[in-house]
Ligand binder design. Structure first.
Ligand code: URA
Length: 430
């Protein structure tokens, strides 16, 4: 087999065989296929796409490039959740302990934030002492003890994806639906869970900008998962504005705790209950999504969900300080509305990038982050605002942030007409 023939086949819009896809992935990981040929193939896929079989073969080849986590030592159905990334997305911090309290087994491998999107590991590591580097034994033992572990992905998990993603990132080939689907699903399948809910974000702050693209990505990922015998559901959810009010690591941990105690923002609470109800149903802990939803509400009201978060923190070596003393910043500056009306638009991408520049995120993967800083929104789309009323509070350790405050103000569009709150869950693909 020759790589140039594979490139030409895809360039001419033909489907690649399983063997051809394996030849490419194996050769690329071993360094036998150079970057210029791999990038040429990625660009051909970007333009001519892949059918479901090709996307499945690519997923399998990437999955087989590394370790597949063996969770067979954990009794019961293992559940997982993946978000395509967003701003203020602290869903895992809420959902994990919530479904674990309901009896589901959550063996979760998470990632770090990059650019405008945050990462679960950074949020967890903002808790003093907490470690996300667990050995395989610790990881499994902890799930057997308290139903939940959250650890960092190791380099041995789908290494082909790491290499391919780095190449796609610098060759303009990230936004290809089959490539995104194979990238996400190879890592999810390597993580070893039985039931997976995918949260496909759509909007300014997300990879997918249109509903049609989000639907197609969801459909392919569900299909790939089913081809591997997993229970997979995809939620398509709004990311045109941040999720919840808090953006920034410790600020998001506080909001997650409040949500687990039943005092969180309505959108975050709803998303966690809905995704959670599918996970609990798929884990066969309830007969229907309705029964699952009731079970989850009970776990919040009897404080078992928030207790489970505390157990998770303790098991991983952390200690959550009093929430009033958790965030330590030099200043909290408010951004005030210059007009009255209703919030029509709140640009998630812009808020995410501002939070990153304040120090809450990374612009390159080696940047350090400041766990204390971030933005707490006071208004969201559909809310009424008076002139001079606070739109957001900026938690900062930096001086001279006037430009940033202006950017945050500009992220809000205020209109004189009444605005409906946008729907949060747009579709569920099963
Ligand atoms: N997230 C991933 O893990 N991979 C992609 O290709 C895009 C988003």
């Amino acid at each position: 087999m020759r790589m140039v023939d594979i490139i030409e086949k895809k360039r001419d819009n033909h489907a690649l065989s399983k063997e051809e896809i394996e030849f490419f992935v194996e050769g690329y990981v071993k360094g036998e296929i150079p970057d210029y040929q791999a990038s040429s193939l990625m660009m051909a896929v970007y333009f001519n796409s892949m059918d479901d079989d090709e996307a499945t073969h690519l997923t399998e080849a990437v999955l087989n490039s590394g370790d597949i986590i063996d969770l067979s030592a954990i009794q019961g159905i293992k559940v997982d959740k993946h978000s395509t990334g967003g701003v203020g997305d602290k869903t895992t911090l809420v959902l994990g302990p919530l479904v674990a309290a309901a009896g589901a087994k959550v063996a979760k491998l998470s990632g770090r934030g990059l650019g405008h999107t945050g990462g679960t590991l950074d949020k967890l590591e903002s808790i003093p002492g907490l470690s996300v580097s667990l050995s395989n034994e610790q990881f499994i033992e902890q799930v057997n003890d308290i139903n939940i572990s959250i650890a960092g992905q190791t380099a041995s998990l789908a290494p082909a994806d790491k290499k391919l993603y780095a190449l796609r990132d610098v060759t303009g080939t990230v936004p290809s639906i089959p490539l995104i689907a194979a990238s996400i699903m190879s890592k999810k399948l390597a993580s070893g869970s039985d039931a997976i809910v995918l949260d496909v974000k759509i909007g300014e702050g997300a990879f997918m900008k249109t509903l049609d693209d989000a639907r197609e990505l969801s459909r392919i990922m569900v299909k790939i998962g089913r081809n591997f015998g997993k229970r997979v559901t995809a939620f398509i959810t709004d990311m045109s504005q941040p999720l919840g009010y808090a953006v920034g690591n410790r600020l998001e941990v506080i909001e997650a705790v409040q949500t687990l105690q039943g005092n969180g923002p309505a959108d975050l609470e709803r998303l966690c209950t809905e995704i959670g109800s599918y996970l609990v149903r798929d884990a066969e802990l309830a007969d229907s999504s309705d029964a699952a939803r009731e079970l989850l509400k009970e776990k919040v009201s009897n404080l078992e969900a928030s207790d489970r978060f505390k157990q998770l923190i303790k098991a991983q070596g952390g200690e959550l300080p009093d929430l009033n003393d958790f965030v330590d910043v030099k200043g909290i500056v408010s951004v005030k509305s210059e007009s009255e009306g209703y919030v029509k638009r709140l640009d998630a991408l812009s808020i995410g990038l501002s939070a990153m520049r304040l120090g809450a995120g990374r612009s390159t993967k080696d940047d350090d982050i400041d766990p204390n800083v971030g933005i707490v929104l006071n208004k969201k789309v559909g809310d009424k605002v008076a002139k001079g009323e606070e739109l957001a509070y900026v938690y900062t350790n930096k001086e001279g942030i006037d430009d940033e405050l202006k950017t945050i103000l500009d992220a809000f569009e205020i209109t004189g007409e009444h605005v409906e709150k946008p729907p949060l869950i747009l579709e569920i693909v099963e």
